[in-house]
Design a protein around this ligand. Structure first.
Ligand code: CMC
Length: 427
């Protein structure tokens, strides 16, 4: 059986044989299909990339029909149960699980780069007291570009490694400072004795006590949430990271763009939107009326549906289990009953069943974050901390590919043909 696709152009009767590699044809192979030799040639039209692979990648595998997610081949459930975020970040960036020595070095390097330059503090102080922490996060990540001019050497693997460490190490510090700014509290310097996630909790919640000791259950739960959010192949923000990175902008500029994409309520902003939706519904009794309003087209059921998953999001399953552990420490979030009823009704309802709409990662994560003491505005920032590892791993993969080119889609022009300029008096 030949690995080719034969295309017959019924406009001309000509046939074309197109190679098939990995069940994929190259869009550029369509260009030879022309009616006249002067034609531009055939293109594929795929405005939201519904069926277009933008890269070859070895980082993350998803099977949306079966609900499978793996980082570098390792099932997400195993990583969530047995790994730590720091180890998972190593895996994503380097492709393999670290040895004990490699992990110790990686941890050490990360802890050396947790601190922010003092000028970053002044920069953050310039934001209004009620600035959205995600706006602060993405602008501060972009501003780091001005602190590390060596990051412009994107072809230098050593420089890329330095920026990788800096971004993974500093993302929680920026997030914590965005939060402290919003509640009018001073910046907390890192504590090297704590884990990556424990130190983040200290930077968020430390008051006047000499040493902050995070609750181990909450520390582990947040670490698991970081693992679950760490990568998700070519989603909207990762595509932004790769798209910007392909112009050879430095990784801070690229990650600011990725974070901006994550901010939207259809992507990482959904966790915040879910909490606001659950609070608006108020009690389990109001769920049927709310579901009806969604079916009437009056809004979406936030935290449901996914471009890739057409079954239960495997991350949502782990989060649901984590929620129980967290609520044992914090007390049950009263909105959990609303969420459970919403899920129960939606999973039985023909509208959602037909469209294969299941809870996604954002449906339960906000309930955990809220129980841990986070305001909804911080939720997407928490997502961004975990996703930093994936963004940077995907950026590294892009830049170490010698065949890369600047991302530059085509368009189908449907505007006016040539016309002559009309002077003001004649319009
Ligand atoms: N509530 C109600 N209807 C929905 C929903 C929803 N959450 N999601 C999709 N639909 C309907 C949609 O109206 C359409 O119906 P119809 O065929 O009658 O027009 C059908 O399902 C297909 O939807 P779509 O918009 O073509 O699907 P998409 O793949 O373009 O969108 C999505 C994916 C995630 C943007 C969408 O499901 C959505 O808006 N969900 C709510 C927001 C959300 O939870 N986002 C977080 C995604 S997971 C975290 C992350 O990776 O960022």
């Amino acid at each position: 059986m030949a690995d080719t696709l034969t295309i017959t152009d019924n406009r001309t009767g000509r046939q074309y044989e197109i190679p098939v590699v990995d069940d994929t044809i190259r869009a550029l192979d369509l260009r030879q299909i022309k009616v006249d030799p002067d034609d531009f040639g055939m293109m594929a039209y795929d405005p939201a990339f519904l069926n277009t692979a933008s890269c070859r990648s070895t980082v993350t595998f998803i099977d949306g029909e079966k609900g499978i997610l793996r980082y570098r081949g390792y099932p997400i459930e195993q990583l969530a149960e047995q790994s730590t975020f720091v180890e998972t970040a190593y895996l994503l960036v380097n492709g393999e699980l670290p040895t004990a020595g490699q992990l110790a070095d990686w941890q050490d390097e990360l802890s050396q780069h947790v601190m922010l330059h003092e000028s970053v503090k002044k920069f953050v102080e310039g934001f209004r007291y009620d600035a959205h922490p995600m706006g602060i996060f993405l602008s501060t990540v972009g501003a780091l570009s001005t602190f590390y001019p060596d990051a412009k050497a994107v072809d230098d693997p050593q420089s890329r490694r330095r920026q990788t460490i800096r971004l993974i190490a500093k993302a929680p510090s920026i997030a914590a400072y965005a939060y402290r700014h919003s509640v009018g509290k001073p910046y907390v310097y890192p504590d090297d004795d704590l884990s990556y996630t424990g130190n983040f909790l200290s930077q968020l919640f430390k008051r006047t006590e000499p040493v902050y000791r995070p609750d181990p259950v909450l520390e582990r739960a947040l670490d698991v949430l970081f693992i679950l959010h760490a990568d998700h192949e070519q989603n909207c923000s990762t595509s932004a990271m790769r798209g910007i990175g392909s112009s050879h902008a430095d990784p801070y500029a690229a990650m600011a763009g990725a974070a901006a994409a994550l901010y939207g309520p259809l992507h990482g902003g959904a966790n915040e939107a879910v909490l606001r939706m659950l609070a608006k519904i108020g009690s389990a009794d109001n769920v049927p009326a709310f579901v009806q309003s969604v079916k009437n087209g009056e809004g979406r059921l936030m935290g449901f549906g996914h471009r890739v998953y057409k079954s239960y999001d495997p991350r949502a399953k782990v989060i649901k289990a984590t929620a129980d552990q967290v609520f044992e420490v914090t007390g049950r979030n009263p909105l959990l009953d609303v969420a459970l009823e919403l899920e129960r009704i939606a999973l039985e309802d023909e509208y959602f069943v037909e469209r294969k709409l299941y809870p996604n990662v954002d449906f339960y994560s906000g309930l955990i974050y809220q129980a841990m003491g986070f305001e909804p505005a911080m939720f997407t920032v928490l997502f961004a901390i975990g996703r930093t590892a994936g963004w940077i791993a995907q950026w590294e993969e892009l830049l170490s590919d010698e065949t890369r080119k600047i991302a530059r889609p085509r368009q189908v022009y449907v505007g006016e043909g040539r016309r002559d300029y009309v002077a003001m008096a004649g319009r």
